[in-house]
Design a protein around this ligand. Structure first.
Ligand code: ZN
Length: 161
């Protein structure tokens, strides 16, 4: 497998920045490469689309508008939760990002207001509404194993089962 395509397992070095400020929001420089299986929802779709066809050693630069990244913010995702439904001991600080279990799996939310009876939580993705710029270099490309395809994710260091 010589280029990044559906069902390939790729290792990349990446840096994500906010295009207006140039501020880095995420990067794995000086860390191990990010390894993922292409075409199985492990990465945002726009990211994979921009990298399709890239060869080992190739670097690409691209900008994703919110609809191709984490979507737009939706006010309906900001909800008041009765304090009685919040597990005891959970630290309730405005701005804190907390995790919880939902019917759809793990979710994250940001505390926006702490009242006596209700806590207001924002379930929008923290990157919702943001335009994101990425610089990505392909380090390695290999074919996925049948196990990886069955599981829908890459196996490797830290994820072997
Ligand atoms: Zn697996």
């Amino acid at each position: 497998m010589s280029v990044l395509e559906q069902d390939s397992v790729v290792s990349v070095m990446y840096t994500g920045t906010f295009p207006e400020s140039g501020e880095v929001f995420d990067s794995n420089i000086n860390q191990p490469p990010l390894v993922f299986l292409v075409g199985h929802g492990n990465m945002i779709e726009g990211f994979e689309q921009e990298m399709l066809g890239a060869a080992v050693g190739e670097s690409r630069d691209f900008t994703l508008t919110p609809e191709r990244a984490y979507g737009h913010r939706d006010d309906a995702n900001v909800q008041a939760i009765p304090r009685s439904q919040i597990p005891e001991g959970m630290e309730l600080e405005v701005g804190a990002v907390l995790g919880a279990q939902s019917d759809q799996g793990p979710i994250q939310f940001t505390i926006v207001e702490v009242g006596d009876e209700f806590v207001t939580a924002d379930f929008n993705h923290q990157m919702a509404g943001q335009t994101l710029h990425f610089t990505v270099e392909v380090v390695e490309i290999r074919e996925a194993t049948s196990d990886e395809l069955a599981h829908g994710h890459a196996h490797g260091p830290g994820h072997q089962h």
